[in-house]
Every structure is written in structure tokens, then in C-alpha cells.
Design a binder for this molecule. Structure first.
Ligand code: ADP
Ligand code: MG
Length: 319
């Protein structure tokens, strides 16, 4: 999309620190505590973290809306301080909050935005963008008459007016219903296929897992993981076996291979084990050796949620 060649990373962040100014008695909040990572060009990158982790602070620094305390950030190879103009032209940002003048139409919203970027009339592509976000038939509707989903799609079109190679969406699906979430996921995937590098922040694990090819997890202003999604999910070493036994469990069986053994019903047990150290056969034999017959068995792998919980609790206890 951009005329300049792709740099090695779409976004490159080093040692980024943000301490908000103190308010009254309260000490300034350390929202980013030395964040470094690269967003590779061409993919969908997820910045995943709980509320208050520092995601919006980071995005707002890239957008030029919040001043960093220290560290550096480059967008498409342009330093956000030294080459502010080019950095700004290389990124489109979709904020979490929806704000429009209710009396403008979608077409006007895009034309005004194009004007702000100094794009000549004959180079504007408002019609094309409206069609791309499936709002072609709403060209002349007042913004106030659009549904929530349409407004979000219009915000995406607005962020793309200057054809940035990088599109950043801050919590695109926070508080939206399941159907709209699907629609937005499809739209993001479409934009990515057209060549736009996508960064999105989210606190939904499912969204990150489904949409992103790489995920950085941020917690208390620090990056605690940054890996291809498949690898991150694969970090879950734990497996869980659920068993139904032939009789009531009065005393919990134990074995060195069990990480956890829980009674989940009168005759039911859930046993967690490390799949690198043990296997289902060993676990089942251990139960049988204690005099139980096994009536039913199911297993499940730990998922991204388990990894997330493990990582964030480690970070807490290390702090
Ligand atoms: P996230 O987007 O991950 O939910 P934020 O970046 O919004 O996190 O917030 C990170 C931390 O910084 C939070 O503790 C939040 O309360 C604090 N914070 C955010 N904005 C401001 C501000 N303008 N002034 C002071 N503290 C802020
Ligand atoms: Mg936020």
C-alpha cells in the first residue's frame, strides 16, 4: 500500500516507558515499564492483556496522543520523534471509543479525513473504502442513524483513508455482540489479505487465538510473552484426564505423576499431569493400582487460557 519499501519490522518498540503525571496526592502511574517488541510485516499481531495492562497507553503513544517518558518507537522504519510526519502517515488507528459528528454522512466523514491528510480530490477513494467495509449503500446516511457495527466499520475505513501500511485496532470488539464480532474478524482478515499489517489489542483470549498469527502478552506494563500463536498455545504442557470410576471416591488417590487430583463428582476425578513427564497410560495404571475400575475417560489439553493464567500468575509472584 505504501510507496516506501517494507522495513524489517512494521513496528519496532524499544524500552518504552510511560509514567503518567501524578494526580494530587497519588504517585504517577507506571503504565509501561520497559516494553520492547517488533511487529513483523504482513501479519496479524495481537497485543493481549488484562484491563489496565498498558495496551491503550502503548497504542496512544504510537498515535501521537500520549507522550512517552522514555524509549523509542519506529513505525515502518520512521522514528515517531525524529520522523513524526512519515511515522504518522504509515499508520492508521481505530480507537476504542466511537466518536463522530452525527450530522456528517459516511462519505463526508471520509472526505474530511482525506482533507486532513492533504489528499487531492482525484486521489481520494472514499467510495471504494465504503464498499470495502460494506457500507456502500450508506454513503449518504447520517452517522447518527448507523448501527454500532456500521459505525465501527466506518472507523476502520476512516483509519485507512491515507492508505497506511499498518492498521492498529484498539479493542475492536470490546462490548460488541457475537455476530458483529464475527463480521469484524472477517473484515480484519480481508484487510490483512490485501497486504495491510494488522495490530490489535484485546483482552479476549479467543479473539487473539483465532485471529492473530503472533501474540505478545502484556501485564502490568511489561511484555511477559511474545511468540507465534501456535507456539504459545503449545507452551501448555499440562494435560487433564477426567475419569468416571466404578465406585465412590472416599480418599483421593495420589501418585508422583499427578500435578493435581480433584474430585469433581461422587465417582469422578480430574487429574492434571505434565505431558513431558508422564502419559495417560501411566496415570490410568496408577488409578487401577489403587483398586478402582475405570468406567469412562476423557482428556483435554491445556489451552491459551491456561498458558495466560500461568504466565500472569508467575509475573505476579515474581514482582
Ligand atoms: P489497557 O488499555 O491495557 O486497559 P491502559 O493503557 O488504558 O491499559 O492503562 C494502563 C494503566 O495506566 C492503568 O493503570 C490506567 O489506570 C493508567 N492510566 C491510563 N491512562 C491514564 C491517564 N491519562 N492518567 C493516569 N493514569 C492513566
Ligand atoms: Mg485499553
Amino acid at each position: 500500500m505504501s510507496t516506501s519499501p517494507a522495513p524489517t519490522a512494521a513496528i519496532s518498540i524499544r524500552d518504552l516507558v510511560k509514567r503518567y503525571a501524578p494526580a494530587g496526592e497519588a504517585e504517577g502511574k507506571l503504565a509501561l515499564n520497559g516494553v520492547s517488541f517488533d511487529v513483523p510485516e504482513g501479519g496479524i499481531f495481537g497485543l493481549l492483556g488484562p484491563n489496565g495492562a498498558g495496551k491503550s497507553t502503548l497504542i496512544n503513544i504510537l498515535a501521537g496522543l500520549v507522550r512517552k517518558s522514555s524509549g523509542t518507537a519506529e513505525i515502518w522504519g520512521f522514528d515517531i520523534d525524529r520522523d513524526q510526519r512519515n511515522a504518522k502517515r504509515s499508520i492508521g488507528i481505530v480507537p476504542q471509543e466511537i466518536v463522530f459528528d452525527p450530522f456528517f454522512t459516511p462519505f463526508e466523514v471520509l472526505e474530511i479525513q482525506a482533507g486532513l491528510y492533504g489528499i487531492a480530490k482525484h486521489l481520494r477513494r472514499s467510495e471504494e473504502l465504503l464498499r470495502a467495509v460494506h457500507l456502500g449503500d450508506k454513503r449518504n446516511a447520517y452517522a447518527r442513524t448507523l448501527s454500532g457495527g456500521m459505525k465501527r466499520r466506518l472507523l476502520i475505513a476512516k483509519a485507512l483513508v491515507h492508505q497506511p501500511p499498518v492498521l492498529v485496532l484498539d479493542e475492536p470488539t470490546a462490548g460488541v455482540d457475537v455476530e458483529l464480532r464475527r463480521q469484524l474478524w472477517d473484515l480484519v482478515t480481508e484487510m490483512n489479505r490485501e497486504g495491510v499489517t494488522i495490530v490489535l489489542t484485546t483482552h479476549y483470549l479467543e479473539e487473539a487465538e483465532e485471529l492473530c498469527d503472533r501474540i505478545a502478552i502484556i501485564n502490568h506494563g511489561q511484555v511477559i510473552a511474545n511468540k507465534p500463536t501456535r507456539e504459545l498455545v503449545g507452551m501448555a504442557r499440562e494435560k487433564i484426564i477426567a475419569l468416571t470410576l466404578d465406585r465412590e471416591v472416599t480418599e483421593l488417590p495420589s501418585h508422583p505423576g499427578f500435578l493435581k487430583c480433584e474430585k469433581t463428582g461422587e465417582r469422578e476425578l480430574e487429574i492434571t499431569y505434565d505431558k513431558d513427564r508422564s502419559n495417560a497410560g501411566e496415570i490410568l495404571s496408577a488409578i487401577q493400582a489403587q483398586g478402582f475400575a475405570i468406567v469412562d475417560v476423557t482428556t483435554r489439553e491445556a489451552d491459551l487460557e491456561d498458558v495466560f493464567v500461568t504466565l500472569t500468575s508467575q509475573a505476579r509472584s515474581a514482582a
